[in-house]
Design a protein around this ligand. Structure first.
Ligand SMILES: C[S@@+](CC[C@H](N)C(=O)[O-])C[C@H]1O[C@@H](n2cnc3c(N)ncnc32)[C@H](O)[C@@H]1O
Length: 212
């Protein structure tokens, strides 16, 4: 069995068990990475400076609900860091809020009404846009959201960071999911990666689409 390494970027309290099914096999070894030492990551650091991680050393980067906490000018820096640490045949799996769906909710007049119920409680469009209010009111101001993405804008950011192509899907729970191999890939490979590394659980707003 060849070991493969997945860097769990901005892991929070999550572990490999909370990652998509494709990462659950014994061949995947997780390195937990977070800016908050309280989460007891293997590496403490920001995704905007991953100098503790060697160039071309990682098989996959997984990042869930982290990039929206960066300022606009930091986003390209973090995406380039993800690109740098990946091996040539590596890939990125990233999920973050889908501002297009949130905008549709707001345009229909529903800013504060619960949009869906998460394990932590009801979530409204305002929480998805600016950060989860209960976390912010508890004093965790680093949980504020500072930037946002649509599928098209995220694919554009990915391309500008060097990624060959991106496959994206929007969930009905206002999340975007993207999978992007470091090198250009054909449709078959993109859909194979999406099938493995996008979770089967979210009710999807539509099928995954290859972009770029
Ligand atoms: C909303 S939590 C998401 C946690 C987990 N990935 C999940 O999906 O539940 C955001 C996490 O990103 C981390 N974080 C925020 N800014 C970061 C940065 N610049 N670099 C690395 N981690 C960061 C926070 O410490 C926190 O653990």
């Amino acid at each position: 069995m060849t070991e493969r390494v997945v860097l769990h970027a901005g892991c929070g309290g999550n572990r490999k068990e909370q990652m998509p099914p494709g990462f659950q096999g014994p061949e995947w070894r997780e390195i937990r990475y977070d800016i908050n030492p309280g989460e007891a990551p293997h590496i403490v650091g920001s995704i905007t400076d991953m100098s503790a991680v060697a160039t071309g050393s990682i098989d996959a980067v997984f990042s869930s609900h982290v990039i929206e906490h960066l300022y606009a000018h930091e986003v390209p820096v973090a995406l380039r860091e993800f690109y740098r640490v990946l091996k040539p045949d590596g890939f990125l799996v990233l999920t973050c809020p889908d501002l297009q769906s949130v905008a549709e909710q707001i345009a229909s007049g529903k800013l504060l009404e619960p949009a869906f119920r998460a394990p932590s409680g009801p979530i409204s469009a305002i929480d998805i846009l600016y950060g989860y209010r209960p976390s912010l009111s508890a004093g965790n101001l680093f949980m504020a959201h500072r930037y946002g993405f649509t599928a098209a804008s995220l694919a554009q950011h990915m391309a500008e960071a060097g990624f060959g192509r991106t496959i994206a899907a929007r969930s009905l729970t206002y999340d975007l999911w993207v999978v992007a191999p470091k090198q250009a890939a054909g449709d078959d490979e993109l859909y194979r990666l999406a099938g493995l590394y996008m979770p089967p659980i979210p009710p999807w707003a539509g099928p995954a689409a290859a972009l770029g």
